[in-house]
Design a binder for this molecule. Structure first.
Ligand SMILES: Cc1cc2nc3c(=O)[nH]c(=O)nc-3n(C[C@H](O)[C@H](O)[C@H](O)COP(=O)(O)OP(=O)(O)OC[C@H]3O[C@@H](n4cnc5c(N)ncnc54)[C@H](O)[C@@H]3O)c2cc1C
Length: 498
């Protein structure tokens, strides 16, 4: 029996980290959004352990990074394929050149609180069972303890994980490679006194072992020889047998509070949009969780999509704006899939791979190689192809510039807290103002793009920047550039004419 029926502009399916951030972004932009999550409560188990630089920069653009940093340790290093040479993040050209050690449970708690504060309606204990789109909208049906439900929306976004019902309903292809490595994971208590720390490669596979804060250890074995049937649960006996096989001892592992297994299956959706259905996060890309990149990738999907979908809903989006989401975000996802495949290849226990690891380890001592890998793992090298551009900053994430305006110092990130675009005028002249006023005169509500005049002593050549709500530079001009037609065309291109 259908118990109730809602009409919403957007339904987000899935209340993991990506669904929570996306729905908050939509709400910030004034969209009527409901989030539907099948779990009655958040999972107590942390998959991810940390946030990387680009995610921290993104959270900073909404004033959220402070709450993530509170009580969390930061770490200047990461690893690539468990090689003995650490990746040094401190060299990153970022306002957050470190990894923040924050468990996924905490990330989810903070993002859910943020979504609720933003006014998102969250329906927990609601499982979506069918999604059908037609010309006028999408019908979502499902079940909950209170009975069946039906919701009608203009758009539905699947943030519903790797087996995404929304992606399946859309028919979007999810090509890639199946699992060849079996990872067995347990949060367990160890009796062994000095267990190994980090990743240890043997001729039988890999052992991952790190202490958790409360007497438990996270153990994972990477087994390159055996596969497991889908749906088959992992037992403690199977985990300890795998530890003995790979490491020679099971370290006295007992009292598991979480057992799970996964593979190195790597898949990328053909497109992130089919009409009124969109996908983000693991629904759009899955890969082996080496290097800690999946959640980070998903948060950045949410940031890219939120303002564009809001623009579409509000009716001011330029024709192709929503499609730029898939075009822009598939590129970094493909690169993450590629680098995780490369890491798996380097972790293979085959003796021939040992020589390759030694070579890679030596290469990583080179500053340029370290920088390349650090930028890749943290997403700091993500730039978007925004078409022909005269300025090298176009398509790049805007630096958190120190600004002086109205006598008060400000950082660029603070100007983005409201989720609007920003036309930053550092020129001291009239041309940028004229460009803005011309654009604003043509639209019914210009509040989606704010103009800010300031000076930036650290960037004396820079005259103006058009920054999208997701923090990426849509247009930039130096003092010698033409400062009226350029910013006006870019405002039209990204913020429409309606
Ligand atoms: C062992 C492990 C370690 C990892 N470590 C890291 C790391 O260090 N760093 C990192 O960046 N990433 C890491 N990842 C990856 C990261 O955990 C995922 O990328 C992240 O959880 C994806 O978030 P999401 O919101 O897209 O999907 P999910 O977290 O999978 O959330 C999807 C949500 O959708 C809900 N849902 C599904 N179907 C329905 C339905 N029909 N109706 C309603 N709700 C539904 C689910 O209940 C779930 O809450 C790791 C993954 C694993 C397995």
């Amino acid at each position: 029996m259908t118990r109730y029926h809602h009409d919403h502009e957007v339904v987000v399916v899935g209340g993991g980290p990506v669904g929570m951030l996306l729905s908050a972004e939509l709400r910030l932009a004034g969209v009527d959004v409901v989030l539907v999550e099948r779990l009655a409560e958040r999972s107590p188990h942390s998959k991810a352990f940390g946030l990387h630089a680009r995610s921290l920069e993104v959270l900073d653009r909404r004033g959220l990074v402070g709450r993530f940093r509170e009580g969390a340790r930061s770490w200047a290093n990461g690893h690539f394929a468990g090689l003995p040479e650490w990746v040094d993040f401190s060299v990153l050209d970022s306002s957050h050149p470190y990894a923040l050690l924050v468990q996924q449970t905490r990330t989810e708690e903070l993002l859910e609180a943020h979504a609720l504060e933003s006014g998102v309606r969250i329906l927990r204990g609601h499982e979506v069972t069918s999604i059908e789109q037609d010309d006028g909208g999408v019908t979502v049906t499902g079940t909950s303890a209170g009975g069946d439900f039906v919701a009608r929306a203009r758009y539905v976004v699947g943030c519903d994980g790797g087996s995404s019902p929304v992606r399946k309903a859309s028919g979007i292809g999810f090509p890639g490679t199946g699992g060849r490595v079996t990872a067995r994971l347990g949060d367990v208590v160890l009796t062994a006194e000095n267990p190994p720390m980090g990743m240890e490669r043997t001729e039988r596979g890999l052992l991952f072992c790190v202490p958790l804060e409360d007497g438990y250890h996270r153990i994972a074995t990477f087994d390159f020889a055996a596969t497991k049937d889908q749906g088959e649960e992992l037992t403690l006996d199977e985990l300890t047998a795998s530890m003995r096989d790979i490491w020679g001892t099971d370290l006295g592992a007992h009292d598991p509070r979480w057992l799970s297994w996964f593979t190195d299956s790597a898949r990328l959706a053909d497109t992130y949009r089919d009409g009124r259905l969109l996908i983000a996060g693991d629904a759009a890309h899955v890969h082996f969780p080496v290097g800690g990149q999946g959640l980070n990738l998903g948060l950045q999907d949410a940031f890219n999509l939120g303002w564009k979908l809001a623009a579409e809903v509000h009716g001011w989006a330029p024709d192709d704006l929503l499609d730029t989401y898939s075009a822009e975000r598939r590129v970094p996802a493909a690169r993450v899939l590629a680098n995780t495949r490369a890491q798996i290849a380097l972790m293979n226990p085959d003796s021939d791979v040992t020589a390759l690891r030694d070579l890679f380890t030596a290469l990583m001592r080179l500053d340029q190689v370290n920088l390349h890998i650090a930028e890749m793992l943290t997403g700091v090298d993500v730039t978007y192809d925004l078409g022909p551009a005269e300025h090298p900053l176009t398509g790049r994430f805007a630096h958190d510039l120190d600004l002086v305006g109205d006598g008060a110092p400000k950082r660029l990130s603070e100007l983005l807290h409201g989720g609007t675009g920003v036309l930053l005028d550092l020129s001291g002249g009239n041309a940028v103002t004229a460009a803005y006023e011309k654009w604003a005169a043509g639209v019914t509500d210009a509040s989606r793009l704010v103009r800010v005049s300031a000076t930036c002593p650290g960037e004396p050549e820079l005259a103006a920047l058009l920054v999208r709500p997701d923090g990426y530079v849509a247009w930039a001009g130096n003092r010698d550039a033409e400062l009226e037609a350029g910013p006006h065309a870019a405002a039209v291109r990204w913020f429409g004419t309606v």
